[in-house]
Design a protein around this ligand. Structure first.
Ligand code: DX5
Ligand code: ZN
Length: 225
């Protein structure tokens, strides 16, 4: 089970300190939300920040591109230290070349799907990805409530993974706290992005350990995984 705090919810005045805090808290990955003001109605960080933070930690950098033109951003983020780069399936017929390009850069390959989008849209790509990111809120902002109607997508993604003998991780992102993370783990998720629910905690190590314990217990209840 992977716990990935989302830097979007951190204290922007102290990015370096916040990265050291999640590293000391024994999180597994750092989730980096990249917003371009077009694909989503918000702006966040660029490659320069990722490059600055890279030497501060050995955490795996999970870069989530919510961008209309990821084609121009793959190399800069890979060069900045991204370990995994995720693009959205809503980009349509540009998706396949993007997945191949990410792979050719030596990064792990992620594919994201928004709540309104049917899970059927990711099926053609499942054997080409390392991670399927199921958005559990509409992308663009932290602190939004979890959309429970997204849970059947996790069950479907887990069933396809089992039936086809595939190895992609199932990541959930948006409104994730201990209760919604447990609900997702029972449905087949194994990678949990949390911004507000983790960075909002003074005792981050305790919060990460508690979330890890909850999802591990919840998943153990699912004999079918
Ligand atoms: C939203 C981002 C999420 C967000 C999660 O578009 O993709 O990663 O930061 O934040 P919380 O956990 O606060 O919903
Ligand atoms: Zn995200």
């Amino acid at each position: 089970m992977i716990i990935a705090p989302s830097l979007l919810a951190s204290n922007y005045a102290r990015f370096a300190h916040e990265v050291e805090r999640v590293t000391a808290a024994k999180a597994d990955w750092l989730h980096l939300d990249i917003m371009d003001g077009h694909f989503v109605p918000n702006l966040s960080f660029g490659p320069a920040l990722v490059k600055t933070l890279r030497p501060l930690t050995r955490l795996f950098f999970d870069v989530h591109l919510m961008c209309d033109q990821p084609e121009i951003l793959l190399e800069p983020f890979r060069a900045a230290g991204a370990d995994l780069i995720t693009v959205h399936v809503e980009l349509g017929d540009r998706v396949l070349p993007l997945l191949w390009r990410i792979k050719s850069l030596g990064a792990k390959v992620g594919l994201a799907i928004n709540p309104p989008t049917s899970i059927a849209h990711v099926q053609p790509f499942l054997d080409k990805i390392d991670l399927l990111l199921i958005m559990t809120v509409n992308p663009g902002f932290g602190g939004q409530p979890f959309i429970h109607e997204t849970v059947p997508k996790m069950q479907q993604a887990a069933a396809w993974r089992r039936e086809r003998g595939l190895k992609y991780r199932i990541e959930v992102d948006g409104g994730i706290n201990n209760d919604t993370a447990a609900e997702c783990a029972q449905a087949g998720a194994d990678t949990f992005v949390a911004g507000t629910a983790l960075f909002g905690q003074r005792q981050l190590a305790k919060a990460v350990a508690k979330m890890r314990r909850r999802v591990t217990e919840a998943a153990a209840g699912v004999g079918t995984r």
